[in-house]
Write a protein that binds this ligand. Structure first.
Ligand code: PSV
Ligand code: MN
Length: 429
């Protein structure tokens, strides 16, 4: 069983259900999901009890833009340091038991997986989703699984298959590849043939999964490709996931949409197709900006959670969704930014837990538009901070994790230990 608590975190690293969520209370008791959701305080606490969010290892490292990196003395360089930082966030928030790992950045060839397991025990956080990297090597400049050259497609496929193997050995459920494949100029790529190569590759990857694993397919409209991306939107990801096999789902990175796109509608459609596998959370103002979740448009995140909660209310069962953060904080203190992100996610999720779904459904059916909209607005505008503080205290956590972190002196301590180290500006994370 997982437990909360600051300082030394007691997370059982042998808990390999792959899911980040312990059994929600309504499953363990005779209280039904709908009953639990009927009482708002109860619903809020119960929602927070089941909410888990995964941290990205790369969010603790020095990262930057294409114009350069800004280095921080306290940034993590090694896997041990990334685990240490993620462990801090988990010990203070209690809801981040897993860390997403990027294979080339975190688990380069020759990594002793026993050492990774040791880090899990030492820092109380275990490996979560495994992210293959088929975008940074020189060979991939024209793509990976969709590359015209068979030997490059094979190199990419072999790397992803190795990543599946790593995931199995580390007891990780989700494999989360992202493909930078695409082209920069009209006429330079056979889009249909590349689609077929991508699909063939994903089918082979799916065959390698064990029955408990999932393949989460992420899409992105542009960057690094600026004319066409092979996996540009949720429809393309959905088609390829369907073709790959029953354990393939779509991963929605909130930063990977055009400005006016209605992301919660995409979420609703994926839910109705039972194809929503997970999220990469971040916020954006212009493109894939990697800004802190909810820093630009918290109502957008709330509306996404509202769709998920409504689906759960209607179906009477929790959606099996991996909530993950995908942010690189170039200028903020990285651990603080991650704590801020997690607290924001919890707060917006808690607000969504306050929606009166019964009233919402009735208002919708009777075309009482203002009443229906206000069901969302009432919940969104509720100040959930006092209840969040109570929830944290109930679980033996600090009511204010950010303050607790600052008072711990962690940043100053690791900055001393890590400063002066020769930093690499070569790898992204
Ligand atoms: C690509 O922009 C992406 O969202 C993918 O998820 C990568 O794994 C991640 O960012 C790397 O930062
Ligand atoms: Mn992403």
């Amino acid at each position: 069983m997982e437990s909360f608590g600051s300082g030394d975190v007691k997370v059982d690293a042998s808990d390999r259900d792959g899911g980040m969520k312990p059994l929600p209370r309504y499953i363990m008791s005779s209280v039904s999901w709908r009953d639990t959701m009927a009482n708002s305080t109860e619903a809020l606490h119960s929602a927070l009890d089941s909410f888990r969010i995964e941290l990205p290892s790369w969010g603790f490292a020095d990262t930057g833009t294409r114009f350069g990196k800004f280095l921080q003395d306290s940034a993590a360089s090694t896997l041990a340091e990334k685990f240490a930082d993620a462990g801090q966030v988990h010990s203070l928030t209690g809801v981040c038991p897993t860390v997403a790992l990027h294979v080339l950045w975190d688990l380069p060839a020759g990594t002793d997986l026993k050492e990774v397991q040791k880090l899990s025990h030492q820092f109380g956080v275990r490996p979560g989703s495994i992210n293959p990297n088929v975008f940074q090597d020189q060979e991939y400049k024209h793509g990976s699984l969709a590359n015209e050259r068979p030997e490059i497609r094979k190199k990419a496929l072999d790397h992803i298959l190795d990543s599946v193997e790593l995931a199995k050995q580390l007891g990780c459920r989700d494999l989360a590849p992202w493909f930078a494949d695409g082209s920069n100029y009209p006429g330079t790529a056979n889009i249909r043939r590349r689609k077929q190569w991508m699909s063939d590759g994903l089918k082979t990857v799916h065959k390698a999964l064990d029955p408990t694993q999932r393949l989460l397919i992420e899409y992105k409209p542009f960057e690094p490709a600026f004319y066409h991306s092979d996996l540009a939107d949720w429809g393309m990801a959905l088609l390829l996931a369907r073709a790959a096999g029953p354990q393939a789902y779509v991963l929605v990175d909130t930063g990977h949409h055009y400005q006016a796109q209605n992301i919660e509608q995409i979420v609703a459609w994926l839910l109705s197709e039972n194809m929503l596998g997970g999220f990469h959370f971040n916020d954006r103002r212009y493109a894939d900006d990697d800004l802190t979740l909810g820093s630009i448009d918290p109502y957008q995140v709330f509306r996404i959670f509202a769709e998920i909660r409504h689906y759960e209310w209607e179906t009477g069962k929790p959606a099996d969704i991996a909530y993950m953060v995908d942010q690189s904080h170039n200028l903020k203190n990285k651990v603080e930014a991650m704590i801020q992100t997690v607290m924001t996610a919890q707060s917006l999720y808690a607000k969504a837990a306050l929606i009166d779904h019964q009233a919402l459904e009735a208002a919708r059916n009777e075309h009482r538009l203002i009443d229906a909209e206000n069901c969302l607005k009432d919940a969104f505008e509720t100040d959930v901070r006092p209840e969040l503080r109570r929830w944290r205290e109930k679980h033996g956590l600090s009511a204010d994790p950010l303050r607790a972190f600052r008072e711990s002196g962690y940043t100053e301590r690791v900055a001393k230990e890590r400063a002066g180290r020769k930093k690499s500006a070569v790898s992204y994370a």
